[in-house]
Design a protein around this ligand. Structure first.
Ligand SMILES: O=C(O)c1ccccc1N[C@@H]1O[C@H](COP(=O)(O)O)[C@@H](O)[C@H]1O
Length: 208
């Protein structure tokens, strides 16, 4: 099966529809207020309604309260939650949907830390991101050879961080992940997707 692709930080319905049409498996809606890709709940619910029958809509949160996360899951019809902050393993449960736990990778120790989330609560996948300043969306890659350290852990891995139409095929070849995720690498400016780049990214990711 080809790799799954998540297009993250969509803010406009036309970008959402273009991403689905291009073959995206999931869209990410960003609920971190400090992100340039932040969406308010009402427009987020409208974006989520563009979801095709088999598509996933993932809410991205950074150190958010459980009450707020649960509210967004319900009012926006999220099908998964991505915890992209400093959430400990015990925080990875309780939303009634699968959880993607994101970790920023600087070196081996971060991959070892990622292992502490395997099989915990509702964690269904780990997302490995580069370690840009801030919490995410920084366009920074990490050492993809480190992904192999999770091969025996029996967990689905999403590779993210600094992916672009130009390097995603190499990332997939190098890591053989469950999926890839991109925010800044397919934009004309933060929050505004470049539809041609989205199409090229998805084609390149799924070509292998
Ligand atoms: O995109 C953001 O602004 C963002 C903010 C806070 C947490 C996560 C965020 N996005 C996630 O960051 C990674 C990598 O993004 P990029 O492709 O390097 O720009 C991606 O997984 C997004 O889901």
């Amino acid at each position: 099966m080809s790799v799954r692709v998540k297009i993250c930080g969509v803010t406009r319905p036309e970008d959402a529809r273009a991403a689905w049409d291009a073959g995206a498996d999931a869209l990410g809606l960003n609920f971190y207020p400090r992100s340039p890709r932040y969406v308010e709940p009402a427009p987020a619910a409208a974006l989520a309604k563009t979801r095709p029958a088999l598509g996933a809509v993932v809410g991205v949160f950074v150190n958010e309260t459980p009450v707020t996360i649960l509210a967004r899951v319900r009012e926006c019809g999220l099908t998964a939650v991505q915890l992209h902050g400093d959430e400990p393993p015990e925080a990875c449960t309780g939303y009634g949907v699968p959880i993607i736990k994101a970790l920023r990778v600087r070196g081996e120790e971060d991959v070892e830390r990622a292992r502490t989330y395997v099989g915990v609560g509702d964690v269904a996948a780990l997302l490995l991101d580069g370690a840009a300043p801030g919490y995410g969306g920084g366009g920074v890659t990490f050492d993809w050879s480190l992904v192999a350290r999770l091969t025996d852990a029996g967990v689905s891995v999403l590779v993210a961080g600094g992916l672009t139409p130009g390097n995603v095929a190499e990332a997939v070849r190098a890591t053989r992940p469950y999926g890839v995720d991109v925010a800044s690498g397919v934009e004309s400016r933060p929050g505004i997707k470049d539809v041609d780049a989205v199409r090229t990214f998805i084609r390149a990711a799924k070509a292998l």
